[in-house]
Design a protein around this ligand. Structure first.
Ligand code: FUB
Length: 306
C-alpha cells in the first residue's frame, strides 16, 4: 500500500530553549535520534524517531513526527509524517521505525528510515525512502534502497557540488557511498569507512570550512555511563577518517545519537537523553551549542538541564 501520511495540525511548543537551552525541548512525547537540517524557508527541522511507552527496547517505535523552529525557542510539532502501516514492504508486525534522516535535492525532500522487512527484524533491515515536495508533510513511501546490507541509521549528506552520499551502519560497521541523482539508488559500491574509533551506530556527516566531519556513537559502557558521541575528520566525504575524540559525554540514556548543524551563524549539537523518564528506551531530544577550536576540532558539548 502506498499512501500519503496523515499530518496532524501543527502544535506549538513554547520552550525557552534559546540561550537558556532548556532540555529536553520536546516533552509531549518521547523522541530520540534527532537529525536536524535547515531548509530554504530558513526554519530548522528536526527528524527524530519516537519512543513508545510501555518501553520494550526499541520494538514499538511505529511512527515519525517532525519538529521545526525559527528561533530554538518556539517549536512546532508538525505532526506525524509516516508510520509503519504505510510502508508496504515492511514487516507485518510493524514497529522498529528507527533513526531517520531527511535530504533535499531538486525540489524534493527525501525521508530515509531504517525498518525491517521481516519478522526476523535483526537480519532484515532496509533503508526505506519516502518523498514529498514539503519538508514536514505529504510524504509518500517509495520503497527502499536496493542492494544494501541489513544495517541501520541512514545519514544522507549532500555536498556543495550537489553529489549526495549515503552512510549507514551498526554493530561496529560504518559504510558510505554515492547516491545516484534519483537519491534512491547507490552509485557504485558502498565502502567501509576507515579510521573510526570504536564505531557503534548513529552516523552523521557535516562539512565546515572544507573539512568533512563524521560523528557517531561508540560502544562505551562503564559504571552506568553509556554510549559517547565521537567524531573523525577527513578531506574527503568518504574518508579515510582521522579520529578526533569524544564531543558528547554519556547522557543518562544507554544510547546516544546526534546531529550537528549550523543555524543563523551558530553551530548546534542535537542528541538525546532519558531525563524525562529515567528509562533507557523512553528518550527525549536535546540541543546545545557547539563550538569549534581554531584548528577545526570540536569542543566538548556542555549538556544543560539533564
Ligand atoms: O532509536 C532506535 C535506535 O537506537 C537507533 O537507530 C540507534 O541509533 C539508537 O539510538
Amino acid at each position: 500500500k502506498v499512501s500519503v501520511a496523515k499530518n496532524d495540525p501543527p502544535v506549538v511548543i513554547e520552550n525557552p530553549n534559546g540561550d537558556g537551552m532548556k532540555n529536553p525541548f520536546v516533552t509531549q512525547i518521547y523522541t530520540a535520534d534527532p537529525s536536524a537540517h535547515v531548509w530554504a524557508d530558513g526554519r530548522l527541522y528536526v527528524y527524530p524517531s519516537h519512543d513508545i511507552a510501555p518501553p520494550q527496547g526499541c520494538d514499538l517505535m511505529d511512527q515519525y513526527h517532525v519538529y521545526s523552529t525559527a528561533d530554538l525557542v518556539t517549536w512546532r510539532d508538525e505532526g506525524e509524517i509516516l508510520r509503519a502501516s504505510q510502508v508496504s514492504w515492511g514487516r507485518a508486525e510493524g514497529g522498529f521505525m528507527w533513526a531517520p534522516d531527511c535530504a533535499y535535492k531538486n525540489g524534493t525532500y527525501y525521508f530515509y528510515f531504517p525498518h525491517p522487512s521481516g519478522t526476523d527484524w535483526a537480519n532484515t533491515w532496509k533503508i526505506g525512502v519516502a518523498t514529498s515536495k514539503s519538508p514536514a508533510s505529504g510524504f509518500v513511501s517509495q520503497g527502499y534502497i536496493p542492494g544494501l546490507e541489513s544495517l541501520i541509521d541512514p545519514c544522507v549528506f549532500v555536498d556543495d557540488d550537489g553529489q549526495a552520499y549515503l552512510y549507514y551502519g551498526g554493530g561496529n560497521i560504518c559504510k558510505g557511498g554515492k547516491l545516484k541523482d534519483n537519491m534512491m539508488e547507490i552509485d557504485g559500491a558502498m565502502q567501509t569507512m576507515q579510521g573510526l574509533n570504536d564505531f557503534h551506530e548513529a552516523t552523521w556527516v557535516h562539512k565546515r570550512n572544507g573539512i568533512y566531519y563524521l560523528s557517531y556513537a561508540d560502544n562505551f559502557d562503564e559504571a552506568g555511563k553509556h554510549n559517547r558521541m565521537k567524531y573523525a575528520t577527513s578531506k574527503s566525504p568518504l574518508g579515510p577518517w582521522t579520529y578526533q575524540g569524544v564531543y558528547i559525554d554519556p547522557t543518562d540514556s544507554f544510547t546516544d545519537h546526534g546531529s550537528i548543524v549550523e543555524f543563523k551563524g551558530q553551530w548546534y549539537a542535537f542528541y538525546h537523553n532519558s531525563s524525562l523518564s529515567n528509562n533507557d528506551w523512553l528518550r527525549s531530544i536535546c540541543v546545545n551549542k557547539l563550538y569549534y577550536n581554531a584548528d577545526g576540532t570540536i569542543q566538548k558539548i556542555i549538556q544543560t538541564d539533564i
